[in-house]
Design a protein around this ligand. Structure first.
Ligand SMILES: [Zn+2]
Length: 177
């Protein structure tokens, strides 16, 4: 597992300073429009500064957490994974805004490459399906066949015998792991 949850690690040690602007987790969730569960999860991933402990034991979040949670929500709109968001977050936290912009650009380039790859796959699939649709016996108005589709060369399924053997593991040992 990439991230482990350690509650003790999140407790800020040292003197607790009361702040009137501190937020309880529920208030923070409401302010940002997320859930308490999500905040705890982000905290476990290191995507939030750990809250301090009030004398009554409650976790108290700094107003900085609002901006940090909004950062996560905005990054999610970009379709980034939490691991990717964590990398951006760490850069942002380090105050490296120029590096942050470069990282965002690189991540979006990666997403675009992945999109192009998926589009190419879908175009190839569409072409194949269109070709097979044209080859269906319905389209060709062919007479009924006697084999009920069970002959290996029957045109009821627009698939050639060569294509079937090409997908057989025995016929293509190089694709085996
Ligand atoms: Zn047939």
């Amino acid at each position: 597992m990439l991230f482990t949850y350690n509650e003790d690690a999140m407790v800020v040690t040292g003197p607790v300073i009361e702040s009137p602007s501190g937020l309880r987790i529920g208030q923070l969730a409401e302010r940002v429009g997320t859930t308490v569960k999500a905040i705890r999860y982000y905290e476990a991933l290191g995507l939030l500064d750990p809250p301090r402990r009030a004398p009554n034991g409650y976790r108290v979040y700094s107003p900085i957490a609002i901006g940090q949670l909004q950062f996560i929500r905005r990054a999610k709109v970009l379709g980034l994974s939490l691991a990717e968001i964590k990398r951006l977050f760490d850069t942002a936290k380090a105050g490296e805004s120029i590096s942050l912009r470069a990282q965002v650009a690189d991540l979006l380039d990666e997403k675009l490459d992945e999109c192009e790859r998926q589009i190419a796959e879908l175009v190839a699939l569409r072409d194949s399906l269109q070709k097979r649709r044209r080859l269906t016996v319905i389209a060709q108005g062919a007479p009924p066949c006697a084999c009920h589709g069970f002959d290996v060369s029957c045109a009821c399924l627009p698939v050639s015998a060569d294509e079937v053997s090409a997908t057989s593991p025995a016929a293509s040992p190089k694709t085996r792991a």
